[in-house]
Each structure stands twice: as C-alpha cells, then as structure tokens.
Design a protein around this ligand. Structure first.
Ligand code: G6P
Ligand code: MG
Length: 215
C-alpha cells in the first residue's frame, strides 16, 4: 500500500523553475550564447554544478574550476534576488487543496529537492510545517537522476521506497523516483515526462483517490 507522497519543490510546489531558467539564461547570455526552453528541460532537477557543466558544454565554453565556482555563485545570487520576494501567494494553484487531501488520507509527506535553497523557499511560502521530512541539496551528495534524494526521503519517513509516490516536473526527477523503486507522477507535459505512471498539467483539480486508483 502507498504510505507516503514525496514532492519535488521547483515546478511542483512553486514555479521557481522559471527563475532558475532566467538566472542560467542571463549567465549564458553573458558568456555569449543562449539556452532554449527545450534545453532547459534537461536542467530541471539537476544540481547547480551539474547544470553549469551542461550549460558550458552546450555553449562550447571551457573554463578553469575556479571560474566555474565563481559563475555558480553568481547565478545563485541572481536566483536569490528573484526568489527573495516570494510569498505564500506564489504557491502553485491546487497545492493547498491537494495537501489537505493528503493529510485527510493519512499519508506521510516529504520534500525531495536537490536545491540548496529549498529550506529558504519553504519558509518564504509558509509551507515548512507541511512536511514530515525535508530532504534538500544540503543533505545529499548526488543530484537527480540519482535516486539518493528519494531514498533518503523514504528512510526519514520510515517507509519503503515502494510505498512512496513521487511528484515531479522534471525528466531527471522521474528517473530518480523510478530508480529509487517508487511510483512517479509527472506534472507537466506527457510528451516530456514519458516515463511517469501518469501525467497531469499541475496539481490543480487532482485528487488523491484518483492517483491511488490508477497506480
Ligand atoms: C532543483 C532545480 C534545478 C536546480 C537545483 C539546484 O532541482 O530543479 O533547476 O539546479 O534544484 O538548486 P540550487 O538552488 O541548489 O542551485
Ligand atoms: Mg522540479
């Protein structure tokens, strides 16, 4: 039986995915090239340094390690400028109602994000108390698609990965959930999230019983 729901943050609970994209795009532009929305799909769920490596390779730019650290720090400053003004009104439509159902159903909840800024964002939107466990980029060594983040989430909740349903907007996140041995529900486009068990445009109007019935 399903005992817990594990949630990604960026693009699932809040639309920070767009802020990550804007900050990375600004950096690419300063380096003399651009990144498309399509290329950005491959960055979702990927750690800060892994994202930087993918972007530099895409622009055919080679830089010393020291300069890479500098750029990653700069991107994070730009990102923080964008997210620092977030409030509970930035929570994506349908999320509060869905969490009310999850609690009603007696399911446990965990956050599974690769972002080192996840704790800060949860505070800004007032959702820290909604999670029984919070796994963020500071608690893990390997980003998605590695399963570490969701394996840790299940462990902290005291449930088996096979008893967990993961909610993800990223290709790398769906992969991570499946490698952990959990169910994966995609939020976004079925053409992009092809490996998910089911895909919804967002959590709006989605019901817990509808998901459990389809697994
Ligand atoms: C999430 C986002 C990625 C981001 C990663 C690291 O997984 O989907 O776009 O690169 O977190 O975020 P951070 O806030 O630590 O740079
Ligand atoms: Mg995401």
């Amino acid at each position: 039986p399903v005992k817990a729901f594990l949630f990604d943050l960026d693009g699932v609970i809040v639309d920070t995915a767009i802020y990550h994209y804007q900050a990375w795009r600004r950096m690419a532009n300063e380096l003399g090239f651009d990144i498309s929305e399509e290329f950005n799909e491959g960055l979702k769920g990927v750690s800060r340094m892994d994202s930087l490596e993918l972007i530099l390779a895409h622009g055919n730019v080679q830089l010393p390690e020291e300069k890479k650290q500098e750029l990653a720090t700069l991107k994070n400053q730009w990102y923080l400028e964008l997210v620092s003004r977030m409030t509970p009104t930035d929570i994506l439509p349908g999320v509060p109602a869905f969490f009310a159902q999850v609690r009603e159903a007696g399911l446990k909840t965990a956050l599974g994000s690769v972002s080192k800024n996840a704790g800060l964002i949860l505070e800004r939107i007032g959702m820290t108390g909604q999670f029984d466990a919070i796994i963020d980029g500071n608690k893990i060594a390997k980003g998605k698609p590695d399963p570490e983040v969701f394996l840790k989430g299940a462990e902290e909740l005291g449930v088996q990965p096979a008893e967990c349903v993961v909610f993800e907007d990223a290709v790398a996140g769906i992969e991570s959930a499946l490698r952990a041995g959990s169910f994966a529900v995609g939020l976004g486009s079925p053409d992009v999230l092809t490996k998910a068990s089911m895909v919804f445009p967002s959590l709006e109007n989605v019901t817990v019983s509808q998901i459990l019935a389809r697994l």
